[in-house]
Every structure is written in structure tokens, then in C-alpha cells.
Design a protein around this ligand. Structure first.
Ligand code: SF4
Length: 339
């Protein structure tokens, strides 16, 4: 049975935050001192995550599961969870292209410790990886993440390629006046290393609340910046995927841009999220949540949980309101929601 929202959008993609903790302190995400971490007892166990994922995949034909954080690799034994989730099957009767198969299993990571887990995650069924990299300058990396870990992230990217993940995607958040002078360098990095760089417009999800429209480098400017040196052609039909994509005319690969602010793509949204503490969010910018953890722990059966998921999706809004005067920032910052 498909999970369809009031605007006729079918939910196919579940983002699961497996921890709110992180080994970085990115300035556009959290303060220097970090956040007040969730007590372990409040974080969903692997068994609870598997149970929820089973309901989404086997009842509602969700065919994409993305593991996020905080930083998912700081959750110990992550390959064990990946193994559990790769055992799920999208129903053969589903209209999904993944019918009868395991859901598409991916992770978004900052890459710093990916060398240590890449092979094991791959062996246990992980299919795709996105690694965050906002700068190629060591001092700026330290300034942006408050960690001197650029080389480990670059090594994490190589580890992902060596483990056979393809394409390895790079997520680069561009902030005006911080790293917008590296758009071309990051594009060249992707061309040289054979990875797909996706430029992400800065979003109002920073814990410090300092986001402002003047800090957003819009999609058109990012693309023009690259196309001036490397001609690009648009890849048609983005579908529900968050990124618009362009291929280099000279065949050197593909770039993507996630234009949340300048070209909202909510009309095709197929995504929902579960936070590390089991709260169900039907939008990244949602201001209301549905407590699935309580149902997981109060003896409710899967029918009750499924009904609550349907009720929540039945209330999903048309899209974020960043460009409207009535925009209200979510109470949670990005690290407490998961990408
Ligand atoms: S902002 Fe919300 S509705 Fe829009 S694409 Fe993102 S998750 Fe979907």
C-alpha cells in the first residue's frame, strides 16, 4: 500500500537519524561546545529502527533508506544495523522499481572515520554513500568544522571508492563569504577524482540561528560559475530527487545542486524522516512531530504504528515556507534532524 500525502505525493524515501552526536562542530550546524546529547535510553535501538523500517518498507513500499546523524559512523556497530536493514524486502507487488529487492540503502557521513568502516558497510549491504566536504583548504576546513580532519575526509572518499561505492557523492554546503570562492575548485575536485559533487544551498537549520538570505549562494550563480569554465548541459527529469543535475559537455562527469531556497522542489517530495529519538517528521522543516518511539515502547502493535504514520503523512504540508513571511524555523537544528 502506498503512503500518499494530501498533495498526491507518494512517500518512497525514509531518512533515519541513528544518532544526534557528531565528531565535528560545523559552524553552520552546531555550536563549538556541541549540543546537549540525547541520553542513550532515549535513542532508538537497532531493533526499534529495524521494526520501524520494516513497517515503512514492507507495508508502505518505501524503497529508499538513508542513514544520517549527527554523524552516523559515531554510532558503534553501524554495520550491524546495515545488515538488518539490507535484509528487508520491498513487496514484489509494489510498483516501485525495487519491488522484490532490498531497499536502496545509503548513508550521509562527514567521512572522517569512513576508512575504518567502508568495507564492512559495503559487505553488509550498504549501496551508496554521500560524504560532506565544503572546502579543500586545510585552514578553512578547521575554521568551518572546528576539526583539523581534512586529510581523513579525503582519505574517507578514497576508501569509499576503493570499497566499490559508485557514484560516490560529495555534499558541499556553500555559504557566501565563507567558501563560495571554492565552487570551481570543488567542481575540479569532482572531475579529477571521479566523484559527483552536489552543491547545497545554505539552509536555515543552523543551531546558532545566524542563517540569512544574504548568505545563500543560489543555484543559478553556482551553475554559472562552473559553466563559465566547463560547459554544462542539464540532465532532464530529476523526479523526486532533491538535486538538479548537470553533465559536463566534455564527459568529465556530473554535478548536482540542491536549491532548497532559490528553487524549492517540494512539489515532488517523496521524503520523510525519523529522528534519533524516534520522532516522525514529514518534512525537514516540519514544526510538528509524531512520537513513534512512545508507540514502539508502550506495547502498541505494528497496526497502531502504521496508522500513526498514515495519520502524520495525511497532515504533511505542501512544502517549506522559507520564502514566505510566516516562515518558522524548526525547533531542531540539522544535527538533531539528520540530512
Ligand atoms: S523542504 Fe520538506 S517538503 Fe520540501 S522537499 Fe524538503 S522535506 Fe520535502
Amino acid at each position: 500500500m502506498d503512503l500518499v500525502d494530501p498533495f498526491g505525493r507518494t512517500i518512497r524515501d525514509l531518512r533515519i537519524s541513528v544518532t544526534d552526536r557528531c565528531n565535528f562542530r560545523c559552524t553552520y550546524c552546531m555550536p563549538q561546545e556541541g549540543m546537549k546529547w540525547l541520553p542513550r535510553s532515549e535513542v532508538l535501538s537497532f531493533e526499534e529502527i529495524e521494526r520501524l523500517s520494516r513497517i515503512f518498507v514492507e507495508r508502505f513500499e518505501v524503497d529508499g533508506l538513508r542513514l544520517t546523524g549527527g554523524e552516523p559512523t559515531v554510532r558503534s556497530h553501524l554495520p550491524v544495523l546495515v545488515h538488518k536493514l539490507s535484509g528487508l524486502r520491498v513487496p514484489v507487488s509494489s510498483r516501485s522499481p525495487m519491488a522484490g529487492k532490498a531497499p536502496d540503502l545509503s548513508v550521509t557521513t562527514n567521512g572522517a572515520t569512513f576508512r575504518l568502516v567502508a568495507e564492512e558497510l559495503r559487505i553488509n549491504g550498504l549501496q551508496r554513500v554521500n560524504i560532506s566536504l565544503d572546502t579543500l583548504k586545510r585552514d578553512r576546513f578547521l575554521q568551518m568544522t572546528r576539526r583539523d580532519e581534512l586529510f581523513r575526509v579525503l582519505d574517507g572518499i578514497e576508501a569509499a571508492k576503493e570499497a566499490g561505492f559508485s557514484p560516490v557523492k560529495i555534499n558541499a554546503v556553500i555559504e557566501r563569504g565563507v567558501n563560495d570562492d571554492e565552487i570551481l575548485d570543488l567542481a575540479c575536485f569532482g572531475r579529477d577524482r571521479g566523484v559527483e559533487v552536489r552543491f547545497i544551498e545554505f539552509m536555515p537549520l543552523d543551531a546558532s540561528g545566524e542563517w540569512g538570505r544574504h548568505k545563500v549562494v543560489p543555484q543559478d550563480e553556482i551553475v554559472a560559475n562552473i559553466a563559465a569554465v566547463f560547459p554544462l548541459e542539464l540532465v532532464p527529469a530529476r523526479g523526486a530527487a532533491p538535486a538538479d543535475r548537470w553533465r559536463y559537455v566534455d564527459g568529465a562527469g556530473i554535478i548536482g545542486v540542491i536549491p532548497t531556497v532559490s528553487h524549492p522542489f517540494c512539489g515532488d517530495c517523496d521524503r520523510v524522516r525519523i529522528t534519533a529519538d524516534g520522532q516522525f517528521r514529514t518534512c525537514l522543516f516540519a514544526t510538528t512531530e509524531f512520537d513513534l518511539r512512545a508507540l514502539l515502547r508502550d506495547g502498541s502493535d505494528d497496526d497502531v504504528i502504521a496508522a500513526e504514520i498514515q495519520r502524520a503523512v495525511g497532515l504533511k504540508w505542501a512544502g517549506h515556507q522559507i520564502n514566505q513571511v510566516n516562515f518558522i524555523r524548526p525547533a531542531r537544528s540539522m544535527s538533531q534532524i539528520g540530512g
